[in-house]
Design a protein around this ligand. Structure first.
Ligand SMILES: NC(=O)c1ccc[n+]([C@@H]2O[C@H](COP(=O)([O-])OP(=O)(O)OC[C@H]3O[C@@H](n4cnc5c(N)ncnc54)[C@H](OP(=O)(O)O)[C@@H]3O)[C@@H](O)[C@H]2O)c1
Length: 289
C-alpha cells in the first residue's frame, strides 16, 4: 500500500533536501506544502488540508530558527514553533497520523560536561529554547507515542549559511570575530534530512538526536578556521573571542557546550553517523563544481 507523507514548511532549508529524498522512496507519495500552500498557524486550514490528503505521516519543517531575533521579538516570531506545532499535534491526536518534527539542542542549558542524552532534563536559557521545549511537550502530551522529534545542532550546507558569509567576508580581507568558547556539532543539512527519512521509514517514535559526529564539540572559531583552510582563505583573519564579547546586535544567552549524544540513533543506523569534517569536505566539493 502507498504510504502518504505530507511535508509542511517544505520550502525550508531542511524541507527541500528532505522532500527530494522522500520522493526517491518506493511506495511513498509525497505531498509537499510550503507556507504559501499551508500556514500551520491557521488551525482550520491545517484541519482542512489533513482531512483532504489523509496522510499517514506528517513531517513538519516549518519553524522559526533565528535564535537572536527570537529573543527580542518572541511573541511575534515564535508562535510557529508553539501554536503551529500545537495545531498539528491536536490534529494528529484526533486523526491518528504519525507526527514528526525538528527540535534543537537549545532546549538544554549547555552546562553538562558530557553530551546530552534524549532523556536529560530540558532547561533552555533563551526564548527560542523555551518555545522548542513547549512544542516538544505539547506533542508528547497530545500525541500518544505516535510521534518523532529529532533534535539537531548548527546546520550548514544551504544558500545563505555561515560558510557562504564567511567566504564572502574573508574573501574581501575582512577580520571576522567568532566565539572560541561556544561548542557546536556542525551538521550538514543533507545528512540531517537523510537521518529523518531513515527514522521515518522505520516509524521510529519518541526523541532522537542527530548531528554530524563532533566528539565533545568544536568551537565556532575552529569550525570557521576549518572552512577557511579547506577553501584556501586566510585563517589569520578569523579572531577567536569569548561568546560573551561577540556582538549579535542583541544580548542573548546561548548554551555554551550543548552537544547531543548520538548513541540512540547509532544503535539504529550506525553507518549514517559521520564526522563533521567529512560532511563539510563533501559539501565544499559539491559547491565548488
Ligand atoms: N537551521 C538550523 O540550524 C536548525 C538547527 C536545529 C533545528 N532546526 C529546526 O529545523 C526546522 C526547520 O529549520 P530550517 O532551518 O530548515 O528553517 P528555515 O529554512 O528558516 O525555514 C523555515 C520555513 O518555515 C516556513 N514557515 C514559517 N512560518 C510558517 C507557517 N506559519 N506555516 C508554514 N510554514 C511556515 C517558512 O516559509 P517561508 O519560506 O515562506 O518564509 C520557511 O520555509 C525548524 O523547526 C528549526 O527550528 C534548525
Amino acid at each position: 500500500m502507498l504510504r502518504k507523507i505530507m511535508v509542511t514548511g517544505a520550502g525550508s532549508r531542511i524541507g527541500r533536501p528532505l522532500t527530494t529524498l522522500l520522493r526517491r522512496l518506493e511506495g511513498v507519495e509525497v505531498v509537499a506544502l510550503g507556507q504559501e500552500d499551508l500556514d500551520i498557524l491557521d488551525e482550520a486550514a491545517v484541519r482542512k488540508a489533513l482531512e483532504r490528503e489523509k496522510p499517514s505521516t506528517v513531517i513538519n519543517c516549518a519553524g522559526f530558527n533565528d535564535v537572536v531575533a527570537a529573543e527580542h521579538a518572541a511573541s511575534e516570531k515564535l508562535p510557529v514553533n508553539t501554536r503551529g506545532i500545537c495545531n498539528l499535534a491536536r490534529a494528529a491526536a484526533e486523526l491518528k497520523f504519525y507526527l514528526c518534527f525538528f527540535s534543537s539542542k537549545q532546549v538544554f542549558n549547555g552546562k553538562k560536561a558530557e553530551p546530552y542524552d534524549e532523556e536529560d532534563e530540558m532547561w533552555p536559557v533563551n526564548q527560542y529554547g523555551v518555545a522548542k521545549q513547549g512544542g516538544e511537550e505539547m506533542v508528547a502530551n497530545l500525541v500518544e507515542k505516535n510521534y518523532l522529534i529529532v533534535r539537531s545542532d548548527y546546520l550548514f550546507g544551504f544558500p545563505g549559511d555561515w560558510i557562504g558569509e564567511l567566504k564572502e567576508r574573508l574573501g574581501r580581507g575582512e577580520e571576522v570575530e567568532v566565539a572560541d568558547d561556544f561548542l557546536i556539532a556542525p551538521t550538514y543539512v543533507g545528512d540531517l534530512a537523510a537521518a529523518m527519512v531513515m527514522l521515518v521509514s522505520e516509524w521510529a517514535a519518541g526523541v532522537y538526536h542527530y548531528t554530524n559526529e563532533a566528539g565533545s564539540g568544536v568551537s565556532c572559531c575552529d569550525f570557521s578556521r576549518a572552512v577557511a583552510e579547506r577553501i584556501g582563505l586566510d585563517t589569520g583573519l578569523i579572531k577567536g573571542r569569548p561568546q560573551a564579547e561577540i556582538d549579535y546586535g542583541y544580548p542573548i544567552n546561548l548554551p555554551p557546550r550543548a552537544i547531543l549524544s548520538l548513541e540512540r540513533f547509532k544503535k539504529l543506523f550506525p553507518s549514517l553517523v559521520r564526522p563533521w569534517q567529512t560532511a563539510l569536505e563533501e559539501y565544499l566539493e559539491i559547491v565548488s563544481q
